[in-house]
Design a binder for this molecule. Sequence first.
Ligand SMILES: [Zn+2]
Length: 342
Amino acid sequence: MLILEYPRVRPRRLRKIKVIRDLVAEARISIKDLIMPIFVTEGIQKPQEIRSMPGIYRYDLNSLIRFISNSLNYGIKAFLLFGIPRSKDDIGSETLRRDSVTYKAISTIKREFGEEVIIFADLCLCGYTSHAHCGLVRTAKRGSREYMVIDNDETLRIYGKIAVNYAEAGADFIAPSGMMDGMVLAIRNALDTAGFTDVGIMSYSVKYASNFYGPFREALNSAPRFGDRKSYQMDPRNAKEALKEILLDIVEGADILMVKPALAYLDIIRLVKDFVPYYPLAAYSVSGEYAMIKAASMKGWIDEKRVVLELVHSIKRAGADLIITYYAVDIAKWINEGYDPF
Ligand SMILES: [Zn+2]
């Protein structure tokens, strides 16, 4: 009975001092795991701060190059690029052009930085269409009733063309975010047919119809003009369905899988990682997550650095290999400065 009189196994031994805690820490963040989202637009003279995302800017091409060069100094080398066109129409035709802001940004970045920088080109229609849906919209008729539908398969044909356009500009990875059925296959086929067999696909495999996207829609001016995105993005109540989306993306040829958002979906990240441990998994910590932390820290209610580092480790601990976060450059700076709250 002696054994019950005092604890023999004392977990606290491993928590005693920082050096030991560091030695046995399970989740570790490296600057190399981080991907920084960037917004580029035309017709502005200097970077424009996004109102609901203090510290995050829409850049013109020149200031974007400076921003990337500055980020490189801190070790951030991977960027997820969103172009904001000057004109929008029903079919997002600007996204197919070689003089579009996205094309110019990709080719300029690659010319400037070559293989030092990896560009993930976000591919979707919502930032380019006047209705701001991720797919093409057409009117369908049932009896006497007319209604709007997203034309999945027509959209795939455009996605394929956009992918080739971005690959031609020099994108390393295409990152389709529209949640259309078959999008990865359509893009893989289009890329391969055009000879871009070495351009990869990071698919927004499991993207929820989340309410955490609000600030991003301000950044891209891409809130849907009618209806919502629930007919293509996933229902937040579902977990098992994520595995169906993951299976499809693997079969269709995705190289990197993604779960989006991150914070309210840590269980999904873990589920996916356990399901396919052999595929790199990215988690996208979205604009609403950034905005919540930023707002609370600006009010002095939380310690920004500590909270951000806790959260980013929690995303890693949940199973993400790569983390897409608006805090990427800040985190890299803090790590470079030797900041360590653990
Ligand atoms: Zn979209």
